[in-house]
Design a protein around this ligand. Structure first.
Ligand SMILES: [Zn+2]
Ligand SMILES: [Zn+2]
Length: 326
C-alpha cells in the first residue's frame, strides 16, 4: 500500500541511529528485506492510503491509517509460537526496509496497516507505535485494577505507560529528575511524580503501600539507580519490567530475587493486540494530546527534533509531512 505520510514521530532509537548509527539499520543487506544503509528513518507514522497493490481491495483509497512497522519471517520457532515480535529476522520499516516514515510517500505491506476510526486524527495515528511499546510493558507487569505501579522515567514511553495503566484503573507513581516531565506525568494521571535526586524512592513506596511494596515497576529510565530502586520497592511476587536500554550491566542482587521473590523481566516492542488495544483506548479518550507533544516541520528535523531530543529538552516530537505533499 502506498501511504502519503501525515505525521512521523521521532524516538530515542532514531536519535542513536542519527548520531551513532548504523545501530538498528545494517551495513550488510538485511536477511529478510535485503535493505542496507543508507535508508530513510521513521517507524512511528500515520498517513493516508493513496494507492494499493493488485488484489488489495479491502481498504478504501483515502483511509487514514497507523502503520505497525514490522515485518517478520513467519517461519522461525518464535514466529510459529505466536511471538513474531521476538523474531530474530525482524525488519523495521524505518531501519531495515526501503523508505521510512520520514518520507512523503512510502510503501508498506497490507498486514502492517491499521485503519484509524473516524474520531481519531493522524496525530493520534503517529502515536500508536510508541504507545503500543508502553502498553506491552504494562501488560508484562501482570498488575490489576487498584494496584500501584512505579514508573521510572517520564519520557514518551514512561508517559505512555502511565496512560495505559490509568486506562486499566491502576494507580501510578512516576519518578523523573525533570520537573517538566514530572508535571506531564501528573497531568496524565500519575497520583504522584517525584524527583529521585531528593526523594528516597524505596521508603516512599513502602510508606504508600503499608510497607508491602508496589505491585509492579516499569523501568523506562535506563538508569542503574532507577532499576535498583524498582527492584527494592516491588512487593513479593511483583514484577519489574525493563523497557529502556541500559548501557551498564543491571545492578541486581540475588537477595532481591530470593528473599523478595521479585520477577525481573523485559518487554520488546508489541504485538498486533497491543496496537489494536491502543487504538481502541485512544477512541475512548484515554490518550489526551495536550502538554507532551511538539510538532515540527521536516526541514527543521535536526534543529527542532534530533538536537532537543538528544538534550532531553522535549518530550514527544512529531514531524509533519502532509502539507509538503499537498
Ligand atoms: Zn521507536
Ligand atoms: Zn521469525
Amino acid at each position: 500500500m502506498l501511504i502519503k505520510v501525515a505525521y512521523n514521530g521521532l524516538c530515542g532509537s532514531d536519535v542513536h541511529e542519527f548520531y551513532e548509527g548504523p545501530v538498528a539499520a545494517t551495513i550488510d543487506p538485511h536477511p529478510l528485506t535485503g535493505c542496507s544503509v543508507p535508508c530513510v528513518l521513521g517507524h512511528e507514522f500515520s498517513g493516508t492510503v493513496v494507492e494499493v497493490g493488485a488484489g488489495l481491495d479491502d481498504l478504501a483509497i483515502g483511509s487514514v491509517v497507523a502503520v505497525e512497522p514490522i515485518e517478520t519471517c513467519g517461519v522461525c520457532p518464535r514466529c510459529a509460537a505466536g511471538r513474531r515480535h521476538l523474531c530474530r529476522r525482524i525488519a523495521f520499516h524505518g531501519y531495515n526496509r526501503e523508505g521510512g516514515g520520514l518520507s512523503e510517500l512510502t510503501v508498506v505491506r497490507r498486514d502492517m496497516v491499521h485503519v484509524l476510526p473516524a474520531e481519531l486524527s493522524a496525530v493520534h495515528g503517529a502515536l500508536v507505535e510508541p504507545m503500543a511499546v508502553a502498553r506491552r510493558a504494562v501488560r508484562r507487569t501482570r498488575v490489576e485494577r487498584g494496584d500501584l505501579v512505579v514508573v521510572h522515567g517520564a519520557g514518551p514511553i514512561g508517559l505512555g505507560a502511565i496512560l495505559a495503566l490509568r486506562a486499566d484503573g491502576v494507580e501510578v507513581v512516576a519518578v523523573d529528575p525533570s520537573s517538566e516531565r514530572r508535571s506531564a506525568a501528573r497531568a496524565l494521571g500519575a497520583r504522584e511524580a517525584v524527583d529521585p535526586s531528593d526523594t528516597d524512592i524505596v521508603s516512599m513506596v513502602r510508606d504508600l503501600t503499608d510497607g508491602i511494596g508496589a505491585a509492579g515497576a516499569i523501568d523506562a529510565a535506563g538508569a542503574s539507580a532507577a532499576f535498583a530502586a524498582a527492584v527494592r520497592s516491588t512487593r513479593p511476587d511483583g514484577t519489574v519490567v525493563v523497557v529502556a536500554h541500559h548501557h551498564e550491566p543491571l545492578p541486581l542482587r540475588s537477595g532481591s530475587l530470593i528473599f523478595g521473590e521479585v520477577t525481573v523481566t523485559g518487554s520488546s516492542i508489541y504485538d498486533t493486540n497491543d496496537f489494536a488495544w491502543v487504538i481502541k483506548a485512544m477512541q475512548s479518550g484515554a490518550y489526551p494530546l495536550d502538554g507532551w507533544i511538539t510538532t515540527i516541520e521536516l526541514d527543521r528535523v535536526v534543529e527542532d527534533g534530533f538536537e532537543p531530543l538528544r538534550a532531553h529538552s522535549v518530550n514527544k516530537v512529531l514531524v509533519r509531512l502532509d502539507q509538503r505533499t499537498a
